[in-house]
Design a protein around this ligand. Structure first.
Ligand code: NAD
Length: 373
């Protein structure tokens, strides 16, 4: 159940419910923290079994976005939205345009993007009604598919991990067990392959397996459960969260865990166990922030060069987090939170000093599709 005590405890600023029976829209937007700027995070469509499940998800995800933006050095706050519905049956132009009108009413405090079950075509309908949306198609001045940039960031995180563990940034000759040959996985696989790594991979989707093989011809397919037993240097989770858990952790033979999936540790204590076992864990919400970085520059004019240079900073930030982890003798997942919270606190401090000065809440804005044409 949603309560003010819960919002106070987790630090959420605002939770908004939108409903429009004419198109069966049921949406919840959670704005967690706007210290660093307007909240940016994707909209997810999911057939939640109860409204409580939807609330739990949107609160958890929006808080995660605050930390992701903070640690990545972005001038963005954390927010996320969920639309309750079956993506196979309940999607319509009317629903997304109605949702877009509601977003407009928030005046830019929340900016949306793609997330699970929301694609560029849905974003285009939203963009007809509001400019507070990113991940817009390139034909309309957007940045298109973020997955190649997410993969690039994960690759930089893997390079930083190799520097820390092997004293050499290169992945040449390293063996990778890659779980999930989807949008991010296949671009990551290609980067690894082109840099001379040996890739073992798994997936449950035949089409994605075939697409992966085309991009990474030397890759070897292993069974869905066998991926945890591959004798490798790096285990890279690019499908699901919580795959570092009581069942898998004893099986992992790697020196590094570094992938795109969010919340890879089933519980924080698994991060402690990794440290005890001498396995380096690259902070998931930092190294998978390339997609967020990519959409964040849409408002100022996106370019591949600008996005790529920004994503490449993930290498240095990952190294900084490893340093904090060593200096304070804390696991990497805690060190990542330390860095994110320190930045949030430092900006809160200057806002306290210069009340009314308005820090970084300046998005130049752009026209929505209706106004542009
Ligand atoms: P995707 O849906 O394109 O790919 C996921 C792949 O995982 C699919 O091919 C699917 O068949 C496979 N899969 C599902 N269950 C599996 C299992 N049990 N074993 C093996 N494979 C399985 O998703 P994506 O966009 O590539 O994202 C991958 C992960 O990265 C997700 O966890 C996502 O939340 C996270 N992420 C993605 C982005 C992005 O820009 N796309 C950004 C940040 C984080």
């Amino acid at each position: 159940m949603l309560s003010f005590e819960k919002l106070y405890a987790e630090g959420h600023e605002e939770v908004v419910f939108f409903s429009d029976p004419s198109c069966n829209l049921k949406a919840i937007i959670a704005i967690h923290d706007t210290t660093l700027g307007p909240a940016l995070g994707g909209t997810r469509m999911w057939p939640y079994e109860s409204i409580d499940d939807a609330i739990t998800d949107v609160l958890r995800l929006s808080k995660g976005m605050t930390y992701k933006a903070a640690v990545s050095g972005l001038n963005l706050g954390g927010g996320k939205a969920v639309i309750i519905g079956d993506p196979n049956k309940d999607k319509s132009e009317a629903l997304f345009r109605s949702y877009g009108r509601f977003l407009e009413s928030l005046n830019g405090r929340y900016i949306t993007a793609e997330d699970v079950n929301i694609g560029v075509e849905d974003i285009e309908h939203i963009f007809t009604e509001t400019a507070y949306v990113t991940g817009v198609a390139e034909t309309h001045g957007g940045s298109g598919n973020p997955s190649p940039y997410t993969a690039r960031g994960v690759f930089r995180g893997i390079e930083a991990s190799c520097t820390k563990v092997y004293g050499d940034r290169s992945v040449k000759g390293k063996v990778i067990a890659l779980q999930g040959a989807g949008s991010v996985g296949r671009h990551l696989g290609e980067l690894l392959y082109k840099s001379g790594a040996k890739v073992f991979f798994t997936d449950i989707n035949e089409k994605n397996i075939a697409a992966f093989k085309e991009m990474v011809p030397s890759a070897e397919l292993v069974g869905v459960d066998e991926i945890y037993d591959v004798d490798c240097d790096i285990y890279s989770a690019c499908a699901l969260g919580a795959t570092v858990n009581d069942q898998t952790i004893e099986r992992l033979k790697c020196k590094i865990v570094a992938g795109a999936a969010n919340n890879q540790l089933a519980e924080n204590r698994h991060g402690d166990i990794l440290k005890e076992k001498g396995i380096l864990y690259a902070p998931d919400y930092l190294i998978n922030a390339g997609g967020l970085m990519n959409v964040s520059i849409e408002f100022e004019g996106w370019s591949d060069n600008k996005a790529s240079r920004m994503v490449d900073t993930i290498y240095d930030t990952t190294m900084r987090i490893f340093q904090i982890s060593d200096e304070q003798n804390i696991p990497v997942y805690k060190a990542t939170d330390v860095l994110a919270e320190a930045r949030l606190q430092s900006i809160k401090n200057i806002q306290g000093k210069f009340l009314g000065a308005g820090v970084s809440h300046r998005f130049p804005g752009r026209k929505n599709r209706n106004r542009a044409v």
